[in-house]
Design a protein around this ligand. Structure first.
Ligand code: URA
Length: 218
């Protein structure tokens, strides 16, 4: 039920705001649990809050956020229709990389957010969120190439800040970003194919020892 899911998402945010599971809360102004639509088809996962995010308690509200919004506009989307969060929910000091134990401490929050929102596509922004789904993957080699698993897609993209630092990546980032819509269409089509209208379409195997036919791409 929508109310239950909204309440569950709010409960995660409340837990994050008082979280002391790792050292990252020290010296921060606000936790940044994540923000957006409970029913989002697209979930973006960045690295961790920066200076502006820490001040406002919201994800991607600085220069990287402006760029992310510009990219969303290219595919006719508004940030209100997606869900945006990070691998760690408190700002690492001086914007340093999050450490493995900090990401591990925050993992249950992110796992639970994903479970509640159940997006069609998870777009990873940068190497830390990419590492969750493409362990050992190199962003320069796999950016823009979706992986279909668990009934959804995972799409690794460059981090917006990396593109702002290196504008030669911009055309590639835009091209990768535009793939989001086709990836969603593919997931929807796979989900439709996997929904059997009635049990006449897939008779049970005649021999009970025969494993059922693999129906799914996922
Ligand atoms: N960079 C991130 O990875 N996340 C934010 O929320 C802002 C900048």
């Amino acid at each position: 039920m929508t109310e239950d899911r909204a309440a569950a998402l709010a409960a995660i945010a409340a837990e994050v705001r008082i979280c002391k599971a790792c050292r990252l809360y020290e010296g921060t102004t606000n936790a940044v649990p994540g923000a957006g639509d409970l029913n989002a088809e697209i979930m973006f996962i960045g690295e961790g809050p920066g200076f502006n995010e820490d001040k406002k308690g919201l994800p991607f509200v600085g220069r990287s956020g402006d760029y992310l919004e510009k990219l969303l506009k290219i595919i006719n989307l508004d940030r209100k229709t997606v869900f945006i969060t990070n691998v760690v929910k408190h700002r690492p000091p001086e914007n340093r990389d999050p450490l493995p134990d900090e990401m591990a401490a925050c993992k249950p929050y992110l796992d639970h957010q994903i479970e509640i929102i159940n997006p069609l596509v998870i777009v990873t922004l940068g190497r830390f969120s990419m590492g969750r789904y493409f362990p050992g993957g190199k962003i320069t080699q796999i950016h823009g190439q979706p992986k279909y698993a668990d009934g959804r897609a995972y799409l690794p993209l460059f981090h917006p800040a990396a593109v702002l630092r290196n504008p030669t990546l911009e055309p590639q980032m835009e091209a990768d970003f535009k793939r989001i819509l086709e990836v969603i269409a593919e997931v929807k089509s796979q989900r439709t194919k996997n929904t059997k209208p009635d049990n006449k379409t897939e008779p049970p195997p005649s021999d009970p020892s025969t494993p059922p036919k693999q129906l799914s791409l996922f």
